[in-house]
Design a binder for this molecule. Structure first.
Ligand SMILES: [Zn+2]
Length: 297
């Protein structure tokens, strides 16, 4: 819908504060109004355009309240445009965004973090069918530490559905502390359906997966050739991170993994991403800067 619009058309549609507020209000209360304080369902006009005031307790809720658009340092139109830019195929770095909307890089970065909250998986769609699993590291190679012994590199567990005809299904990535069973198994169990046909390489950590996934199998990796779809995704993810964002700290790494998976899992419905993100923006509980910075997990 929106990502097919040109930047010019987009800016015409959201040309002023009110057109943005109206869009937010329509999304926010599309299933009807309920007062956040007392649960009352009737309202009158609030103080700001498109705000609603509870008929019972008089709580006045603006269209942007409880969304990532609340109390921004820059205009709502700029914030909408930022989301629009994030919806484009590969997204945008906070450096480029800062230049495009005329804010400082830290301000753009913080807004990027807020948008990234909406990329987090709901966990409602476990991977099913054939699921290939592997781990990989990102960050420069370290001298004298080949393969899985890897010092300070960021470690990731990747799980990919492989659908009939060798097509890529859903993709999930989790940052991990190490490659031990105790670390890997709870993540896999939380992400993959019990009856999935899980396939991994012959790394010893995976040898007990069969106890939790009856159809699990191990086979030779053959330096990645045994798992072409999985390795394509690893290449894509690394390329995207390097190409768009250049770098990211260990602390924020999971957010970038979430963003990559969100984009990949919606690659065939790109035209709905704007509405999809906006829908999440009005329904998630947004975090403060303090909370975002503390997200070291
Ligand atoms: Zn109320």
């Amino acid at each position: 819908m929106f990502s097919t619009l040109s930047a010019f058309e987009f800016q015409q549609k959201f040309s002023d504060q009110n057109s943005c507020l109206q869009y937010l209000a329509e999304l926010k209360w599309k299933d009807g109004y309920v007062c956040k304080k007392c649960g009352c369902k009737s309202f009158t006009k609030g103080y700001h355009p498109f705000a609603r005031r509870c008929s019972s307790c008089r709580y006045d809720e603006s269209a942007s309240a409880h969304t990532i658009f609340h109390n921004l340092k820059f205009s709502l139109q700029r914030a909408f445009y930022a989301v629009f830019r994030y919806c484009k195929k590969k997204g945008i770095s906070s450096y480029e965004l800062a230049k495009e909307i005329g804010v400082s890089q830290p301000t753009a970065w913080l807004f990027h973090c807020k948008i990234q909250q909406t990329f987090e998986s709901s966990g409602k769609n476990p991977l099913t069918g054939e699921v290939h699993i592997d781990e990989f590291v990102t960050g420069g190679p370290e001298k004298g530490k080949p393969g899985r012994s890897n010092g300070k590199k960021k470690k990731t567990l990747i799980m990919v559905e492989v659908r009939p005809g060798s097509k890529t299904g859903l993709v999930y990535c989790r940052k991990i502390a190490d490659f031990k069973k105790d670390t890997l198994y709870p993540i896999i169990e939380a992400t993959v359906s019990k009856d999935a046909k899980v396939i991994t390489d012959e790394y010893p950590s995976y040898d007990k997966l069969i106890e939790r996934f009856p159809k699990a199998k191990q086979r030779k990796s053959n330096t990645g050739k045994g798992f072409p779809i999985l390795h394509q995704q690893i290449m894509n993810m690394k390329g995207w991170l390097r190409g768009i964002h250049h770098q990211c700290s260990d602390k924020h790494y999971q957010k970038y993994l979430n963003e990559y998976c969100f984009r990949t899992n919606r690659r065939n419905s790109e035209q709905y991403i704007f509405r999809n993100i906006m829908q999440r923006v009005v329904s998630i509980k947004t975090k403060t800067f303090k909370e975002l910075s503390a997200d070291a997990a």
